[in-house]
Design a protein around this ligand. Structure first.
Ligand code: GDP
Length: 368
């Protein structure tokens, strides 16, 4: 058909007909997809995981991350069957603001750990922003060059889920599968902003905070209460001209830590300087972590903390389920917008509106 802009009205403009392009869709993709989505029975997943089969482990983790109800049901069955084989690991949370050097440090910590302590290492992540960015920067393999090709490591980027609670739960469930697959060291990376640190703290045995010298973060950390949950503080980039500044920052942290009461663990947090990039001071940090683990295993705090975490996750799961059942209820979603408008328009108070919604929900439950 003649292009409308070739009419004489558009003097000096000539539009040529285009050339048909081949389809941009790879015709083999659907075949590959099908293969990848093949599902196994719960027993098959568990058998593969217990054998340490990385492909089976990855596929089971994908089920945990899936939003499809039948995938979720399958995942829960696999998790339950793996539970008796889990728990036999040291779980270490690693947190720091973006740019603090988390990926670089995890690469260095991980390779030194596997070299000196043996075993297997899984690196997981909690990144609540991954939903927005459609892909997580935490747990990114390309940023952990050495670990990514290490035969004893398993790296998994953060799951994406609507809420921080959802992301954190999936990571916690993934820990169980990794432990059943024989990973006796687990790193959980998280970004040092907002609530994700608390979520990470609720699933690890040791919480390591990475800080930088001279960024003013020292004080922010204290303000946000992060220091109370840190079991150890490490100052990265203590290399070149930065060494003295890092030492100074470390002494500030040590002084600040003295202002806090003795933690429940009975072990005072230590402060160390290191360079993730030049791999200096790494072995001292690993020793600090494992000394802590030895102490808390001796004094009983290790098990106490894990029990407390299990309790916390029981309540978290109940809360999450109640919330999602409520908001996914068809009657509630029908009413929600109008009720919200009523509150915004000042026609009804928040409390009356909430009561009406809840009453409707429970009445619906009674009638089913
Ligand atoms: P993340 O965002 O916390 O994961 O930080 P990255 O590991 O991506 O590091 C951020 C930047 O800091 C990168 O350019 C790294 O090369 C650099 N970096 C990380 N560790 C060190 C270190 O020990 N010394 C120096 N000088 N630079 C580092």
């Amino acid at each position: 058909m003649e292009h409308p802009e070739n009419s004489s009205e558009y003097a000096g403009l000539q539009v040529n007909a285009g050339v048909a392009q081949p389809s941009i869709v790879n015709p083999y993709l659907s075949k590959i997809r099908k293969k990848r989505h093949q599902l196994y029975s719960p027993g098959e997943y568990v058998e593969g995981i217990l054998k340490g089969d990385v492909s089976m482990l990855s596929q089971a983790v994908t089920l945990i991350e899936s939003v499809l109800p039948d995938h979720q049901a399958l995942a829960q069955e696999v998790i339950e069957k793996c539970l008796p084989y889990s728990g036999n690991s040291v779980r270490i949370g690693i947190s720091g603001v973006p740019g603090a050097g988390k990926s670089t440090s995890i690469d260095a910590f991980g390779t030194h750990l596997l070299r000196d302590y043996g075993g297997k290492l899984a690196v997981l992540a909690i990144d609540p922003s991954s939903e927005k960015t459609k892909g997580s920067i935490l747990g990114d393999k390309t940023r952990m060059e050495k670990l990514a090709v290490h035969p004893k490591s398993f790296i998994r980027p953060s799951p994406t889920a609507g809420s921080l609670g959802g992301v954190a739960r999936k990571t916690r469930e993934t820990i169980i599968l990794c432990e059943a697959a024989g990973y006796n060291h687990i790193f959980v990376e998280t970004v040092g902003v907002g609530q994700s640190e608390t979520a990470c703290h609720s699933m690890v045995d040791y919480f390591l905070l990475i800080q930088l010298a001279g960024t003013g973060d020292e004080l922010q950390g204290i303000k946000r209460g992060i220091m109370e949950i840190a079991d150890g503080i490490v100052i990265n980039k203590a290399d070149g001209e930065n060494v003295e500044k890092a030492k100074l920052a470390a002494s500030h942290f040590r002084n600040a830590l003295h202002l806090f009461p003795m933690p429940d663990s009975g072990v005072l947090p230590e402060v160390r300087c290191y360079s993730g990039f030049y791999e200096t001071g790494i072995d001292e940090i690993l020793k600090m972590v494992f000394d802590y683990v030895d102490k808390v295993k001796d004094n009983g705090y290790f098990q106490y903390r894990r029990n407390e975490q299990s309790k916390y996750w029981m309540y978290e799961s109940v809360n999450e389920r109640l919330k999602s059942d409520f908001y996914n209820n068809s009657k509630i979603s029908e009413m929600l917008k109008a009720t919200e408008a009523g509150v915004l328009g000042g026609k009804v108070t928040s409390f009356v509106a909430a009561k009406k919604l809840l009453d409707t929900y429970y009445e619906g439950l009674r009638n089913t």
